[in-house]
Ligand binder design. Structure first.
Ligand SMILES: O=C(O)CCC(=O)C(=O)O
Length: 437
């Protein structure tokens, strides 16, 4: 007789009704001693008190599982912060009054730390939300860069501000504006514009939408986290995360928006009803700027538009979370832009700096202004008359900072250039050097 013989009647009833299989086959499959069968049979014979015991057992197991998952997640962030995922410690050394340097030691499994961080798909914001109080080592900039960030920005210069009011109505105003655009593009490669035609309400709303995207639930945002740059919407932390010597304190969502925009349903919800308007207005402004730059170069006003400089557009929506140790890292490493022209919307936090006469100059936030800068491709096709200038964004203990960089590009002509730019990352050297003869 089976050792389960005394439970036969109850087992037969429950076995038939729950599993819809003959009682005999249930017995055959349970020949081995099993704690689960014991529990099951005990319920059959002892009724509700056993059921209560069983439910308690499963609740406890569930609780243990939740605690385990919470602990391992916190441990990941804790490990990343403390550097336990690395083989040796980073040493902070005071070099001079107020100056701090990070000494990099040799054995450092950076690739594993980067991989683990990237697989979380929650970016820098995820780290900050987890409550870290120290910047993880993967974000520590090399000592020379850290030292450079400490130098106060030069205040004797300020980047030009050009008022576009009346540019289309008044010929003498128009001529004056063209002159200012030429000077700024030759001398600085950067300028701010006011009265550019995009209402302040649209600019403010776009910043709200960027913040709203980053504040989405992690599971929703993760759907867009990718390193597949053929996608129309690419959200990740640093496009060069796996190749750069140090990661930037910044997350980005990129929209490849023109000439072939993504379908509205492909966009993250916060941008759906906003992207068309922002893009249309940015395209109009882009065409105006290319007309002014064409004239500044002595060309027909429609020259740059005719050669499709204003045809392709991408928006990079950056998010710079507040940083617990801004002196150790950077928001965006110094670089030049890989496009014809960039129009940048920044919020009130500040941190954008431009290299001018070998000094870093702040680009002060002005609510109604947009920042315009010449990209590498315009420098290239203008035979260096216009300059694509290095810029960077400092990390800040105040934040988050958001910005939207709209890049005008003509992709088909720059496939090779872009792949070189992507591969080299933000290493402080112009991608043009690779193409000069
Ligand atoms: O966030 C900023 O202010 C600048 C971003 C930038 O330099 C870029 O996207 O190339």
């Amino acid at each position: 007789m089976s050792r389960y013989g005394k439970h036969n009647t109850a087992l037969q009833t429950i076995g038939m009704s729950f599993y819809n299989m003959p009682y005999e086959s249930l017995l055959v499959s349970k020949k081995q001693d099993s704690i689960f069968v014991d529990i099951f049979l005990s319920i059959c014979t002892h009724g509700s008190s056993s059921l209560f015991l069983l439910l308690s057992l499963f609740s406890s197991l569930y609780l243990v599982l939740i605690l385990y998952l919470t602990f391992t997640k916190s441990f990941f962030f804790f490990s990343l912060q403390r550097g336990y995922l690395q083989k040796q410690k980073t040493k902070m050394v005071a070099v001079d009054a107020g100056e701090v340097q990070t000494q990099f030691e040799l054995k450092y499994d950076r690739a594993s730390e980067i991989k683990a961080f990237d697989e979380m798909k929650t970016g820098v914001k995820g780290l900050v939300d987890s409550g870290i109080s120290e910047v993880p080592r993967i974000f520590h900039q090399p000592p020379d860069i850290v030292g450079e960030s400490y130098v106060p920005s030069a205040t004797q210069f300020s980047i030009p501000v050009i008022d576009l009011q009346g540019v289309k109505e008044d010929p003498s105003t128009h001529t004056e504006i063209v002159k200012q655009v030429l000077n700024a593009s030759q001398e600085w490669g950067f300028f701010q514009i006011i009265n550019h035609g995009i209402p302040l309400s649209v600019l403010e709303e776009m910043k709200v939408r960027v913040r709203r995207f980053y504040e989405l639930d992690n599971e929703l945002k993760k759907q867009f986290y990718t390193r597949d740059t053929s996608k129309k919407v690419v959200y990740n932390c640093n496009f060069d995360l796996h190749t750069a010597p140090a990661a930037n304190w910044r997350d980005t969502v990129y929209f490849d928006i023109a000439p072939d925009p993504p379908k509205p349903e492909e966009l993250p919800e916060p941008f759906r009803d906003m992207m068309v308007e922002y893009t249309d207005r940015m395209m109009n402004l882009g065409r105006l700027l290319f007309e002014l730059i064409s004239e500044a170069l002595g060309l027909n006003p429609d020259h740059l538009v005719k050669i499709d400089c204003a045809k392709g557009l991408g928006h990079l929506c950056h998010y710079y979370p507040a940083c617990p140790q801004p002196e150790l890292t950077i928001g965006t490493s110094k670089h030049t832009d890989s496009c014809f022209l960039t129009v940048l919307l920044q919020d009130h936090i500040g941190g954008l700096q431009v290299l001018y006469e070998n000094q870093w100059i702040d680009v002060p936030p002005v609510p109604e202004a947009l920042v315009v800068n010449i990209g590498d491709l315009l420098q290239l096709i203008s035979n260096d008359r216009l300059v694509s200038v290095e810029h960077r964004v400092l990390a800040n203990s105040i934040g988050p900072r958001v910005s939207v960089a709209s890049f005008f590009i003509r992709e088909t002509t720059v496939v090779e250039y872009m792949s070189h730019f992507q591969q080299k990352g933000l290493d402080g050297k112009s991608a043009l050097l690779h193409f000069k003869i």
